[in-house]
Design a protein around this ligand. Structure first.
Ligand code: GDP
Length: 454
């Protein structure tokens, strides 16, 4: 979509102590069940973004995530971080409390933080359901954050009323984001379960100099996340699908492949995420193969690099091993990241920019012709007794760069010779990150050739 400057949607963050129903409320607001989300109590959840639509009004909801019970960090610290992040990033904060449980000490702490923040806050009294008996809401008034709005996120009760309040109180347009001037680069983050995809998504979203920015027309779906890095727009596709919890069952493993294929369809650049602490597995190679076959530009991301003791292996050695084990992906640059520490993320963005640019590059026909002629001259072949002759060649497509060659006997050219031609083109033009495609066609009027002209 283009046209006038897009109106930016306000960002609404959901905060609250564990088990008050934040995630259920998020799903209600975003209006879709995330099929891959399994509700395993006590499992860390990451931040998730989704689009909220109410009548003609739209907003972006941020689920700030759960708390890791295995963490040694005191819960109050984790909650504080969650609230700080929400305040920093949101235009309005939804503070969810469990109305049946009343106000706990932790709720009171959160209220203190929120009262200090210069953001509108709406208190959501959740878990009000069934028998028509309203629990005592007096406590909630005492939080000093205005009238609580009663809902049952589980049953969807009161959600429309809540949205009405939110719409009225949210600022028009966001306070921070800027509209994109250039079209975004669509990125898919794929890899086997536990490679660190969802952590990486969160790290990219939370990285320095990154702005979460959700303008109409930049995201095609509520499942995507639109961000800016240094003012350049990117869309992380299917981020809702990447996120899932708990142990990965076989069904989920299969689904993760389906997800990968689906997001590959929609992306320009695929980030194939590997776990540095585990090395390359057969499943990694499969996923990488899908990216290659889909014709997408591709970057291999060696994540969890923080787990590799300094000095144990050099990056160059890892790259060498990857080249050996993923020979078909020899064009993909390798980036080293830690979703945990944020290491390597800026470098990753720079690589994405380069790879996206290269995937769209066109080279003039004269240059392509020279390179292919030269390659054929250096390694002449004979096709059923006739030397291979080139009639013409030009680049006919981008993403991936595709070259059409008109030759005398296209059907006789061996695959290994095609590979040689691709290598020659690669050496001459680079196209880092992109697979290169050849389309061999019969030269018009080629002598001694049978078959149809195309
Ligand atoms: P996904 O299944 O690919 O989405 O993987 P997750 O993002 O859920 O990560 C799997 C596990 O690896 C989680 O326990 C993460 O905390 C952990 N993890 C992810 N990235 C990193 C990283 O860069 N460093 C370390 N040390 N752990 C990570």
């Amino acid at each position: 979509m283009s046209g006038g400057a897009p109106l930016l949607r306000p960002v609404i963050a959901i905060v609250g102590r564990p088990n008050v129903g934040k995630s259920t409320l998020f799903n209600r607001l975003v209006g879709q069940r995330q099929s891959l989300v399994r509700d395993v109590p006590g499992v860390t959840r990451d931040r998730l973004y989704g689009r909220v639509t109410f009548e003609r009004w739209q907003a972006t909801a941020v689920d700030t995530g759960g708390f890791d019970p295995s963490s040694s960090e005191p819960l109050i610290e984790a909650v504080r971080r969650q609230v700080d992040a929400a305040i920093a990033e949101a235009d309005l904060v939804l503070f969810v409390v469990d109305a049946r449980a009343g106000v706990t000490a932790l709720d009171a702490e959160i209220a203190v933080l929120l009262r200090r923040a210069a953001r509108p806050v709406v208190v959501v009294a959740n878990k009000i359901e069934g028998d028509g008996q309203l629990p005592e809401l007096g406590d909630l008034f005492a939080l000093g954050l205005g009238d609580p709005v009663p809902v049952s996120a589980e049953h969807g009760r009161g959600v429309a009323e809540l949205l009405e309040v939110v719409r009225d109180r949210a600022p028009r347009g966001t306070t921070t984001a800027v509209a994109p001037a250039t079209p975004p680069v669509y990125l898919a983050i794929i890899g086997r379960p536990n490679a660190g995809k969802s952590s990486l998504v969160n790290a990219l979203v939370g990285a320095e100099r990154v702005l979460v920015h959700d303008a109409p027309g930049t995201t095609r779906d509520a499942v995507d996340t639109a961000i800016d890095f240094d003012g350049r727009p990117y869309v992380l596709v299917d981020t809702a699908g990447i996120r899932r919890k708990g142990r990965v069952s076989e069904a989920l493993e299969k689904l993760s492949v389906v997800m990968a294929l689906k997001s590959l369809e929609r992306c320009q650049v695929a980030l194939v995420v590997l776990d540095a602490s585990e090395g390359l597995t057969a499943q990694d190679a499969h996923v990488a193969g899908y990216a290659h076959e889909a014709g997408r530009a591709c970057i291999v991301v060696v994540n969890k690099w923080d787990l590799v003791p300094a000095g144990m292996v050099r990056k160059a050695e890892v790259v060498e091993q990857l080249r050996e084990r993923l020979p078909f992906l020899d064009y993909a640059p390798v980036c080293f990241t830690s979703a945990l520490t944020g290491e390597g993320l800026h470098e990753l963005f720079r690589t994405v920019d380069e790879v996206a640019r290269e995937a769209r590059r066109r080279v003039p026909a004269a240059e392509v012709t020279e390179v292919v002629r030269d390659a054929i001259t250096r390694r002449p072949i004979s096709l059923k007794g006739t030397p291979l002759t080139l009639h013409s060649v030009s680049q006919v497509a981008v993403e991936p760069p595709t070259f059409a060659l008109r030759v005398n006997r296209p059907e006789e050219i061996h695959f290994s010779y095609e590979r040689y031609l691709v290598k020659s083109l690669r050496r001459a033009f680079g196209f880092v990150g992109s697979p290169l495609r050849l389309s061999l066609r019969k030269a018009p009027g080629a002598r001694g050739a049978r078959g149809t002209r195309r």
